[in-house]
Design a protein. Sequence first.
Length: 360
Amino acid sequence: MGVLLVYDPLMIQSHQGEYQVKFTNDVWFDEIESETNHYIIDEKIADCYQEALSKILQSPSVLLIKATESNKALHQFPAYVEHLVKNKVRRDHRFIAIGGGIIQDITCFLAATLLRGVNWWFYPTTLLAQADSCIGSKSSINCGNTKNILGTFTPPKKITIALKFLDTLDRVDICSGVGEMLKVHAIEGIDSFNSIANDYELLFTNKLIMQKYIRRSLEIKKKIIEQDEFDRGIRNVMNYGHTFGHAIESAADYKIPHGIAVTIGMDMANYVASNFKFGSEENYLRMHPILKKNFSKFIDYDIPLETFINAISKDKKNKGNNQLGLILPDKKGVPTRTFFENDHRFKAVCKDYLLTGRTL
Ligand SMILES: NC(=O)c1ccc[n+]([C@@H]2O[C@H](COP(=O)([O-])OP(=O)(O)OC[C@H]3O[C@@H](n4cnc5c(N)ncnc54)[C@H](O)[C@@H]3O)[C@@H](O)[C@H]2O)c1
Ligand SMILES: [Zn+2]
C-alpha cells in the first residue's frame, strides 16, 4: 500500500465536548498500553492482526467478542459487566474498542451505563464504521426479537482510522460501507453523488481515492450531526434508504449486510418516489445503475413482500395507525421527510420494485 494523504484530524462537536478523528496509514496503536485500559476487541481482528496487537492482547483486561448480532443483545451484557468488574473497572478507566459497528455498539453502551459513564476510544475496522458509524454518538443494542431498540448518545473521546484494516475485509463488507458512503453523498447533492459514482470502481483498487471519500463522508455527516446530534430534526435525513433498508434486512432474516440493504433501500425509495410522482423518474434512473452495482451480489435475493410490509409497518418513525415515515427524494432529488399511507397502492409499488424494479 502506498503512503496515504496526511489529513488534519477532523474535530467533531458533541454534547460531551469535542472529539477527534485521526487518520493513520498503518495498524498502529498509540499511548494505549496502560493498566487502566479495558480492551473490547472483535475476535476476528485479534486473530488477523495478532502481531500488531500482541502487546495489547497481553494486557490484564481484554474482552474478545465475536461480531454477531446476538452478541450485541441485552442478555449478553451481564457477562461483559462481570468481566469488567472482575478486572476492577473504575470511572477514571478507559474502554478501547477495536472492531466494526457491533463492537462499537457494545462498547458505547457499556461506556454510557457502567458506573454511569466511562470514557472510550474507538479504532473502527470495517469500512462502514470508518466512513459512517464511528461519528454521531449513537449506541444501538438488540433486546428480545427487536433490533437496535435500546441505545444512548455517547461519543468516544477519540477515533483513530487505520485504512490498513480494510485489506482483510470481504468485498461484500466493503460494498456495505460504500452503501452508507453513497447515501451521505446523495444527501449532500447530485454533484457529490455523481463524483463518488464516477469513482466507484476505484474505491476497490485505489487506497488514496478510498481515503478521500471516507474523509468526505465524515465531513458531510459532521455538518448534520453537529446541528442535530439527538436526531430530532435534520438528522432524520440520514435515514434515507433506512426505513426500506431495515425492513429489507428483517425480511431477509439479516442475511443482507446493513449497508447493502440501505443501498437497495435508497433504490426502492427512489422508485416509490418516482411512481407516486413525489420525486422524478429521472432521479431513479440516474442513481439506479450505481446502486444496482453495489447490491449486485444480492440482486436476486428473496425478499418476501408480506414480511417486508409487516416489518416496514412497525418502523419507529411511523405515525398513527397507518402512516409510514419515509425519506424520499423530492422532484429535485433532495431526500426529504414525508408520510405515506400504508395502503394497497403503496404495497403494489413495493411488490413491483421487488419483482422488477430492482433488476432493471
Ligand atoms: N451505532 C451506530 O451508529 C451504528 C450505525 C450503523 C450500524 N450500526 C450497527 O453496526 C453493525 C454492523 O457493523 P459493521 O458493518 O461495521 O460490521 P460488524 O461489526 O458486524 O462486522 C462485520 C464482519 O466483519 C468482520 N470484520 C470486522 N473488521 C474486519 C477487518 N478489518 N477484516 C476482516 N473482517 C473484519 C467482523 O468480524 C464481522 O464478521 C450492526 O449491528 C448495525 O446495527 C451501528
Ligand atoms: Zn446505516
